[in-house]
Design a protein around this ligand. Structure first.
Ligand SMILES: [Zn+2]
Length: 401
């Protein structure tokens, strides 16, 4: 779970819990939970998933019996802020620190619980809708920064919008320890997610650049490998910022030139060299989704096609296309041809038109199933995979499979 050579490292998301740096304990179970030993007790950074709460508690308590002084949520996501229960049930009463927007986030999670449960089922291919409805609320929130003095150790908390609007990172100057939360995840930054609320690529890049200026010796990320060594840490931070900047600059230039969202979406590409870095693989989010997210942030929702402004229903459009083609059979046949030629993008449109024109058409649903099975195989971004898998399963359900 540790690298001094991030450019040649191999990503790991799971590993043994152990002391990974002096006075820093890691529990890596998809999400990294860290415990920092301080003169006043332990600081727990990101308690983790609710399902891992017992495991985190047992591992930390095996390592140290110092009281839990503070728990920090680097942000309020399900994999970071829901693993504190076992400590609380054991009678510990840490102060729970989070950026102030975390409270509004938890309120929104209550308001849109069913929606989030469905999104999570689709995104992570879960057997049923799942989302937490119990919150261990922050007890101490801050707006832009907060400094704790724990004995002679100073721990700084800095707000930094990026993946979320409630994000923060921790900086321990005396030890040169930087806990980034999900500002570093060992994937291309998760700031395009098609099913989630607004993300903040520009602020994210700025936060990475600020962190790079700290000259940290250790980088403890929200997911993936701990990075040790000043040059290695600076490289990961500056290159991740650059990856974002390259996309942001293209989007801005094209927006300001008056291009439409459709044109911008198809034109913008990430830096091909940076995209090969093991900490910037697009295996989770997709760079094209970052483009969409910037368009949403700085523009409206209209895509540039006037017909889409107040459109006919998708079913009416599909029926019209099928009529033009000479029936749903013809659309399916063309879809098969296009799929056989390997153009899964266009084949997906044909499959959607065919199944929307006639949802009970078996060959249309079979085409849809096969198209998304292929797209699933071709696509490495988990965000896209979840949606393709769900579409494939929808077709299978209609087919009784
Ligand atoms: Zn995370």
């Amino acid at each position: 779970m540790l690298t001094t050579d991030p450019i040649h490292a191999r990503l790991q998301l799971f590993g043994e819990a152990h002391e990974i740096a002096p006075d820093v304990f890691i529990h890596p179970a998809f999400v990294n939970t860290f415990a920092l030993r301080t003169p006043s007790g332990l600081v727990l950074v990101d308690p983790g998933l609710g399902t891992q709460a017992d495991s985190v508690h047992a591992a930390v308590r095996k390592w140290s019996d110092a009281p839990l002084h503070t728990a920090v949520y680097t942000h309020g996501h399900v994999d970071h802020a829901f693993g504190l229960r076992a400590f609380l049930d054991a009678g510990e009463r840490p102060q729970i620190i989070a950026q102030e927007n975390c409270v509004a986030r938890f309120r929104r999670y209550r308001l849109t619980h069913g929606w989030n449960a469905c999104i999570n089922q689709r995104q992570f291919s879960l057997p049923q809708p799942m989302f937490p409805d119990h919150f261990d609320w922050p007890t101490l929130t801050f707006h832009s920064s907060l400094t704790q003095r724990l004995g002679d150790l100073e721990v700084q908390h800095h707000a930094a919008k990026g993946e979320t609007d409630d994000h923060c990172y921790l900086w321990v100057p005396a030890r040169r320890y930087l806990f980034t939360g999900d500002l570093i995840i060992w994937h291309a930054p998760n700031c395009g997610n098609p099913q989630k609320v607004q993300r903040y690529p520009l602020e994210w890049a700025e936060a990475l650049e600020t962190m790079a200026g700290l000259d940290a010796e250790w980088l403890f990320p929200g997911h993936g490998l701990v990075v040790h060594g000043r040059d290695a840490v600076r490289t990961v931070l500056t290159e991740t910022a650059r990856y974002l900047r390259v996309i942001i600059e293209q989007v801005l230039q094209r927006m300001n030139a008056g291009q439409t969202p459709e044109e911008i979406f198809h034109a913008v590409e990430p830096d091909p060299e940076l995209a090969k870095r093991p900490y910037l693989f697009a295996n989770y989010d997709h760079p094209k989704f970052i483009v969409r997210n910037l368009l949403r942030l700085w523009g409206g929702w209209w895509n540039g096609n006037a017909a889409e402004l107040l459109p006919a229903t998708p079913q009416a459009q599909a029926t019209e296309i099928a009529t033009l083609a000479g029936g749903v059979d013809a659309v399916v046949q063309r879809g098969r041809q296009v799929l056989d030629q390997g153009d899964t993008q266009l084949a997906a449109h044909l499959a959607e038109w065919a199944t929307r024109a006639d949802p009970q058409h078996r060959a249309a649903q079979e085409l849809k199933r096969d198209v998304y099975e292929r797209r699933l195989g071709e696509e490495r971004a988990l965000m896209a995979q979840g949606i393709y898998r769900a579409a494939m399963n929808d077709a299978k359900k209609v087919l009784g499979q």
